[in-house]
Design a protein around this ligand. Sequence first.
Ligand code: TRP
Ligand code: SF4
Length: 326
Amino acid sequence: MARRILTGYRPTGKLHLGNLHGNLKGMIELQEEAECYFFIADWHALTTDYGDPSRLREYTEGMVLDWLAAGIDPAKAAIYRQSDLPEVAEFQLYLSMITPLGWLERVPSFKEQLEQLEGKDISTHGFLGYPVLQAADILIVRADGVPVGEDQLPHLELTREIVRRFNYIYGETFGEPQSLLSRSPRIPGVDGRKMSKSYGNFISLTDPPDEIKKKVLSMITDPARRTRKDPGDPEKCSAYQLHKVYTQDRLDEVAENCTTAGWGCVECKGILAERVVDSLLPFQERRRELESRPGYAWEVMEQGLARAKPLAQEVLGDVRARMGIE
Ligand code: TRP
Ligand code: SF4
């Protein structure tokens, strides 16, 4: 059982259902049983979006409010902004000295993103070093568990490689952090692909009810149901994947009405939309309440920083001593 947990989110916009089920729910559970550090990775956002930082502050604040409204408790978890902890940047510099270039060039997301983010020039030092910065985030508090999505596993592996190399060169200093993968089913976006910010197929936690309804009704269904009378196979339908999360108590009924063409897809998705809207109402109400308290997110980050700082200073002191910078 992990004792000290850390995870970070890049502030690139609003949180969506994929984030909630993929990661956030796990974080909310972990804060009850472990020491938690949850931070906003604004430096990481700059590695790809340095060209337009105009909304970075707004996104940072919004993401903290999303966390709090969803149930992250600032009395339990330390919430802070990465750039408020400059110890991380200095630590990253030390780690960069011992990280071979080849390791970074081999990280799958490096090559993929270079190709995918065509409009942006990310053939930069900062972007190549993304996983080194991430290792510094994790090791600066000596986290032993890191809740992440599958896409982050190579970064965690690299962190462990850096730990082994550091310990080998300078003596046993860090333990190897483990990744904690969510157990929840994959959440499909409206187009049937994985729900993701970059695909633009997401339902935000803050979407107004009519927007959520519109999005759910536009979800891809089993193509075999060309007309109202054609029976379908729920397993081939992305709306059904969401039903598994939101309509668990009536799942047999949903499947039955799909395979017998008892319901049309519009009816079926209407039921789903209502469930999604209802489940988000308490979140949205809390979110509005938090928004009405100006500066609250920043106060929370200040408190969280005060908890992370002494630990970061201690770890950095240790690293400096081992690397001859005293
Ligand atoms: N790379 C993560 C992402 O894109 C964000 C992140 C930065 C992170 N530092 C981290 C996640 C440290 C876990 C631990 O989602
Ligand atoms: Fe999907 Fe429901 Fe249509 Fe079946 S009836 S294809 S489960 S939306």
